[in-house]
Design a protein around this ligand. Structure first.
Ligand SMILES: Cc1cc2nc3c(=O)[nH]c(=O)nc-3n(C[C@H](O)[C@H](O)[C@H](O)COP(=O)(O)OP(=O)(O)OC[C@H]3O[C@@H](n4cnc5c(N)ncnc54)[C@H](O)[C@@H]3O)c2cc1C
Length: 440
């Protein structure tokens, strides 16, 4: 019999397996899809250039991740930020520096006031116990409802919506205001979420995030292509059934997004606050687009490659070229109603749309263009992460963090720090393995 079966071969599951193996436990990771890594996925162009279709950036605050990177000598480099950023509105292109775009004086004041207020409000959320709602009204409304009351100018509201939807991975009308505040607090501040230098986009994996997945997976025992369908749980034993095999263990650690728990049959059934969590935490819906060019030509025009656009499908871009600038790479995010409506199109139509978008943004047709709609990954269901709709934290938040021995949970959504990020996936693994080691 195994000590621990871990369901899910993303960062959280693989890191938890590593930590438990270090303690001498017999652990098996079971991944349902044909590859490890989950929301980290690197593909390679015919020239051998890495393209990250999932997570790729590292913040200086990501201490667990940076420690792993250092120990395993994974190459990383700073994101290129020299030069001017661009704000593109319906009829103008304006250059700006820093993280706040150049809006009209009134809109700028409006935006600054709104951001300051959101920052102050976030201090009311405890990332350790966000289900303790000190301001109930904030958990009863969406972020969009708050924005409607907060912003006087359309320009400030639109700019805020593009920024926040790119950070959260969902639209303001979908997510609870309280969850937005939790997300900010779990990262430490709104600035670190938005900023490239000093924040969430500061560094990237030079050879792709796959290098992280490889260093994790080379140290643990795993299988792929075995979706877990059924778990029979008793006080001191679990039986985990995949489409191919069955595994006996003392405990099971589910390292999957909460929304995916609903795909597994539990016997006996989970208590309602656990089973319904899956219905109340949908996954975000962002399309990631990566364009490659023979050189980062925008740098010659004094541009950083960072664009904020208030209309269209691709609304935010970053320069993700290699450290030596030997070729150009732009990463963009498809958010907002246009990007959402594209989900109905065929892959070829979407490809043509995104090629045209990048062409219109940079004035040059990309040599290669890749995109990924994460909502189409059946065992992930969207990106970047799960989020709570109004009332979610109040009714299901505690169940999300509390184990149900012999069932334990991890995954980035369950972290109190950097939830939604690689760092959060590692922190949640640490927390779950500490809990589990107390009883096993
Ligand atoms: C486009 C995109 C951009 C991002 N950018 C960044 C970034 O720049 N920086 C950053 O820090 N984070 C970023 N993130 C978020 C980051 O990738 C995730 O937070 C992190 O990878 C989540 O890891 P996880 O192990 O918690 O979950 P996952 O990676 O989702 O792993 C869960 C695994 O469980 C498997 N699974 C699900 N159900 C079953 C089942 N029944 N049986 C067996 N296996 C199952 C899934 O296939 C998956 O492999 C991004 C994510 C995306 C998608």
């Amino acid at each position: 019999m195994l000590d621990v079966v871990i369901v899910g071969g993303g960062v959280s599951g693989l890191y938890a397996a590593y930590l438990l193996q270090q303690k001498g436990l017999k652990v098996q990771v079971i991944e349902g899809s044909a590859r490890l890594g989950g929301r980290l996925q690197t593909i390679y162009t015919p020239e051998g250039h890495p393209v990250d279709l999932g997570g790729q950036w590292i913040a200086p605050q990501h201490t667990r991740l940076l420690n792993w990177i250092k120990v395993h000598r994974i190459p990383i480099h700073p994101t290129y930020t020299t030069g001017a950023n661009l704000l593109i509105t319906r009829n103008r292109r304006r250059r700006y520096h820093g993280s706040i775009p150049r809006l009209s004086a009134l809109a700028l004041l409006d935006l600054g006031w709104g951001l300051a207020r959101l920052k102050r409000m976030a201090r009311h959320v405890s990332p350790q116990s966000p289900w303790q709602i000190s301001r109930p009204a904030w958990d009863e409304i969406s972020l969009a409802t708050w924005m409607r009351k907060q912003f006087y100018t359309k320009e400030a509201r639109k700019t805020f919506a593009v920024g926040l939807s790119t950070v959260l991975g969902c639209e303001p009308e979908e997510v609870s205001l309280w969850h937005t505040l939790f997300y900010i607090q779990s990262a430490g501040s709104l600035e670190v979420l938005i900023q490239t230098q000093g924040g969430a986009q500061e560094m990237k994996f030079s050879q792709g995030a796959q290098t992280l997945v490889e260093t994790l997976s080379s140290q643990v025992s795993w299988v792929i292509d075995e979706p877990v369908r059924r778990i029979i749980w008793e006080r001191r034993r679990v039986q985990v059934y995949t489409t191919k095999h069955h595994y006996d263990a003392r405990v099971v650690l589910l390292a999957i997004p909460p929304a995916l728990t609903g795909h597994i049959g539990f016997e006996p059934p989970l208590p309602p606050s656990y089973s319904q969590l899956a219905q109340h935490m949908p996954m975000g819906s962002v399309t990631k687009v990566v364009a490659l060019y023979d050189k980062p030509f925008w740098r010659e025009e004094g541009l950083s490659g960072h664009i904020l656009r208030l209309e269209g499908g691709v609304r935010v871009t970053f320069d993700t070229s290699p450290a030596d600038g030997s070729y150009g790479q732009i990463t963009g995010f498809g958010v907002g109603p246009n990007a959402r409506s594209l989900l109905r199109l065929s892959p070829e139509e979407r490809q043509a749309y995104y090629e045209a978008e990048l062409h219109s943004l940079f004035g040059v047709r990309p040599q290669r263009l890749y995109y990924k709609v994460w909502a189409e990954e059946p065992l992930i269901g969207g990106c970047y992460a799960g989020y709570f709709t109004p009332g979610g934290w109040r009714y299901f938040g505690e169940s999300m963090r509390r184990s149900l021995p012999p069932l334990y949970w991890c995954g980035t959504e369950r972290s109190s720090t950097w939830a939604g990020y690689i760092e959060g996936a590692m922190a949640a693994a640490e927390q779950a393995t500490e809990d589990l080691l107390q009883v096993i």
